[in-house]
Ligand binder design. Structure first.
Ligand code: GLN
Length: 481
């Protein structure tokens, strides 16, 4: 039996295994493997067992659905009532939210079993998960390499089979890039398809929750379970009607934008090009398109993300949440000391950058310009999607790099996001699926689509899986079923 959601669900329904037994298998595997991998930062033994007992009751009463009784790992920035949610930051040490995010409410209502919270870059700011206050997770495929980030723990947990699926968040690539680095599937839905209520905000106009899974069908199933309008997030909406995935790509118009391949070398380029050929052989049409503004997407992203972060993170003042510094002489002194000690270096850097680009005198030169360029990026994408159904690109120009953030300066580290940030800037759905290896490390293929075309993007990705483009990286350990 494979540990996909569909297979596990069948096993639960046919009583081959109970949810309580399944949950114990995962908890045991986590106990055994997590000290090496650091994929989970909090494991919820008691509540997971309670969730599993409840799921078994639902199944017995015939009220179970696809996700009933299936364990899930949740990124540490998604609020879960009464359970630790710390954004992997010292400033939220010990924080247990009084409410749950809509995504978790929806999964819980369907009888999901939460195993614990996964490691991430502090406040989701980063591409390697190394800025976590708990230390970095390790890539299960090669422990000397990073998992990618910021949802690195979620990707590692799925890759190492310490959870059948996980939730992550993607502001500039944080679901897709770690998925690519760890050889899993990672899907970022259209902005607004999934409610952000209860997701600890990083950059609100870019943030989106998405699943990390071991199959495209699983990603679609989780997406269908968590999506849809939520009164508590005014940017959320009901998108197109749920559709079955169709792996037939005959006649599918696939855009290839040259800018995504400029300067790209070696194995990543070869894997993506050979995947494109497989689509073509199956009847898809490859169309040359252009995204002239690709070179601006990183500066646009980092200006807007930092600006929004500097405002969103203003709420951590030592009064309302988590950590408060000691030995202060006034309220102002307390706030300064709390934020200085509570936030890590990268978070402080971004708050300062964001405050700078929003300050009078610089607002027009940076923030306003970035917003104008964002509109241009959106319109270039609209033109592309008048000519083609989906766009095919690498997920990242590189494979999982060696651990040790000190060697990268911030500007170099930000380059790792060059292919992913544009989907967030334009609010588009985008998925990363494994498409080969380079030097033994996974390579991700990214498929993007027009806003609201989530099922089209998922279907196009499903072809890669059905056609055998997605390799099995053969990671040992985890749950043996
Ligand atoms: N790596 C990007 C950043 O550091 C994206 C992070 C994310 O998507 N949360 O901002």
């Amino acid at each position: 039996m494979r540990d996909t959601i569909f297979e596990l669900s069948r096993a639960l329904r046919t009583k081959k295994i109970s949810s309580v037994e399944l949950c114990e298998l995962y908890l045991k595997a986590i106990e055994r493997e997590n000290p090496k991998l650091n994929a989970y930062v909090h494991v919820f033994y008691d509540s997971a067992r309670r969730d599993a007992e409840r799921a078994d009751r639902l199944i017995k009463e015939g009220k179970g659905g696809l996700l009933t009784g299936i364990p899930v790992a949740v990124k540490d920035n998604i609020c879960t009532e009464g359970e630790l949610t710390t954004c992997c930051s010292a400033i939220l040490k010990g924080y247990k939210p009084p409410y749950s995010a809509t995504v978790w409410e929806r999964l819980r209502a369907q009888g999901a079993v939460m195993l614990g919270k996964t490691n991430m870059d502090e406040f989701a700011m980063g591409s390697s998960s190394e800025s976590s206050v708990y230390g970095a997770p390790k890539n299960p495929i090669d422990a000397t390499r990073v998992t990618g980030g910021s949802s690195g723990g979620s990707a590692a947990a799925v890759c190492a089979r310490l959870a059948p699926y996980a939730l992550g968040s993607d502001t500039g690539g944080s679901v897709r890039q770690p998925a690519a680095f760890c050889g899993t599937v990672g899907f970022k839905p259209t902005y607004g398809e999934v409610s952000r209520y209860g997701l600890i905000a990083y950059a609100s106009s870019l943030d989106q929750i998405g699943p990390l899974t071991s199959s495209v069908k699983d990603a679609a199933a989780v997406f269908s379970a968590i999506r849809g309008k939520d009164e508590r997030d005014m940017t959320s909406f009901d998108g197109e009607k749920e559709r079955e995935l169709d792996p037939d790509v005959k006649g599918l118009k696939i855009g290839i934008a040259e800018q995504f391949f400029e300067g790209l070398e070696g194995g990543v380029k070869a894997c993506v090009e050979s995947a494109a050929k497989r689509y073509e052989s199956a009847g898809a049409e490859l169309i040359k398109v252009s995204l002239p503004s690709l070179g601006y997407t990183l500066p646009v992203y980092y200006i807007i993300a930092c600006a929004e972060a500097s405002s969103n993170l203003g709420r951590y003042d030592g009064i309302r949440y988590g950590f408060r510094a000691e030995n202060y002489s006034s309220v102002e002194d307390m706030i300064i000391k709390t934020r200085t000690l509570g936030f890590g270096k990268e978070v402080q850097r971004r708050i300062m950058l964001g405050t700078y680009v929003l300050s009078s005198g610089y607002f027009d030169a940076y923030y306003k310009k970035a917003c104008a360029l964002r509109e241009r990026i959106k319109s270039e994408f609209s033109q592309i999607f008048q000519k083609c159904d989906v766009l095919l690109t690498p997920s990242s120009p590189i494979t999982a790099f060696p651990a040790g953030l000190e060697r990268l300066n911030p500007a170099e580290a930000y380059l790792a996001d060059i292919y992913t940030v544009s989907a967030n800037a334009a609010g588009l759905p985008a998925i990363s699926v494994p498409c080969g290896s380079d030097g033994g490390l996974p390579v991700g293929l990214q498929i993007m689509g027009e806003r609201f075309s989530d099922y089209k993007v998922l279907s196009a990705a499903y072809f890669a899986q059905v056609d055998g483009i997605c390799p099995d990286y053969g990671v040992k350990g985890g749950v043996e079923l």
